[in-house]
Write a protein that binds this ligand. Structure first.
Ligand code: AMP
Ligand code: MG
Length: 404
């Protein structure tokens, strides 16, 4: 048996980043950016008004002037005006360019406007630059706004859109195939016989992958038969970048996967990790025609399967796509916990936060790694190290959220 850390390293050592492609910004959501993006102009590109009101020269206010004749109107989307006489003002709308020679905006709520003149109400205090969002104050032209390796969620896409990037270089979507195995497993809509089970792992895996941004996923199911398994694996290896198998990887008499994978030419990197759940996890890869397929065979127990996806497969996919790793998250154990076996424990938890902002992880009592009903109430798992038995209340541990 190898450790969790050794397994991670063995996976990382085999991964080769996927190539990049250019896609339209409309199709770039959740993809990993493979270029860095710079501001194409100053942001904001001009001194912009942050209020609806009047723009004027602060020097006039300093000299005691409170009422200003309105000599023009500046709209958002109209070219910049000029304040030629510092004793006058220009009506201005939020987002409009500040007129030349103006350096202060008084908001409409602070004014009485009558007969073409704007009077500043008593008690309103102003300063030079008030109500002005200065040119280049968010970013000067040329500054890097998005780094290579970031995932393009809504906020990153708004930055890309604002600097005119109609097309973006992103890493290719990995083609992922899910193959579930098991004679006992029937379709969702089936009426199972007493000894049969409706299959759920395939849908859980696909949904979690999609939520993490991996949308090119196909799935099928095979029975526990060596030849059929080998045949199915061989055909998937021709078209997938990543093959995720579930079930049939342990030591049962019909657990054919390790044999079928090796017969199909997949080079095993490891099997058996000192962890619970998910001890039988198998990983390898296969290189054909200069293209690699990475193969993860996850134990079929729903909790093991789901945990291994989050602990190993999703990080590996991120790495394949060149995504820069995010900050590790931690949560404190909400109650004392004991675990004797010398295994790393991935413990599903109910996460909560208190009024000081501290995250607490309450271990959920669950039956076995087949108890996916309990797990559905949790938000993720904490990782308890292998060589300890007693875990104190309040001790912090790494927390991995379920992909939602
Ligand atoms: P296995 O890893 O094939 O020995 O399966 C372990 C347990 O997980 C068995 O009880 C299976 O019925 C269950 N299982 C395996 N695959 C699935 C699946 N796709 N959906 C739900 N349960 C599964
Ligand atoms: Mg099975």
């Amino acid at each position: 048996m190898i450790t969790v850390e050794e397994a991670e390293q063995l996976i990382a050592s085999r991964l080769e980043p996927l190539p990049s492609e250019t896609v339209s910004i409309e199709n770039a959501a959740e993809r990993v950016l493979m270029e860095s993006l710079q501001a194409d102009r100053d942001l904001p590109p001009f001194n912009r008004s942050t209020f609806d009101g009047i723009a004027l020269s602060y020097g006039a206010i300093e000299q005691g002037q409170r009422a200003f004749p309105i000599v023009g109107t500046g709209f958002a989307g109209s070219p910049k005006l000029e304040l030629t006489d510092p004793k006058t003002c220009v009506e201005i709308m939020t987002g409009a360019p500040l007129p030349d020679n103006a350096d202060c905006v008084v908001k409409i709520e602070d004014l009485d406007i009558e007969n073409g003149s704007a009077r500043i109400k008593d008690g309103v205090s102003l300063s030079i630059g008030y109500g002005v969002h200065p040119q280049a104050s968010d970013s000067a032209k040329g500054r890097t706004l998005l780094e290579r390796g970031c995932r393009l969620s809504a906020k990153e896409l708004s930055v890309a859109a604002s600097i005119g990037k109609a097309a973006l270089v992103v890493s290719k979507q990995p083609r992922i195939s899910i193959l579930t195995t098991g004679d006992e497993l029937v379709a969702v809509e089936a009426s199972p016989l007493p000894h049969q089970i409706r299959r759920s792992n395939d849908l859980a895996l696909q949904t979690a992958l999609q939520a993490a941004g991996y949308t090119n996923v196909s799935r099928s199911h095979i029975v526990d038969d060596l030849e059929e398994t080998q045949h199915a694996v061989t055909s998937v290896l021709k078209r997938a970048d990543v093959l995720i198998l579930a079930g049939g990887v342990s030591k049962g008499k019909r657990d054919f996967l390790p044999e079928a994978l090796e017969a199909a030419g997949v080079d095993k990197a490891f099997q058996w990790i000192s962890q619970r759940p998910g001890k039988p996890l198998w990983f390898g890869d296969c290189k054909r025609d200069g293209r690699r397929t990475y193969v993860f065979a996850l134990p079929g127990n729903p909790v093991s399967c789901f945990t291994c996806l989050h602990r190993y497969v999703l990080p590996a996919l991120d790495r394949l796509c060149g995504k820069r790793p995010g900050e590790a998250r931690y949560a404190k154990l909400a109650s004392e916990f004991q675990f004797k076996p010398p295994l790393t424990l991935f413990l599903p938890v109910l996460l909560s936060s208190d009024s000081s902002g501290q995250s607490w992880a309450e271990p959920l009592p669950f039956n076995t790694s087949g108890d996916y009903i309990s797990v559905a109430r949790t938000q993720g798992f904490i990782e308890l190290p292998k060589d300890e038995i007693n875990f104190a209340k309040g001790a912090p541990f790494p927390f991995t959220p379920w992909s939602i």
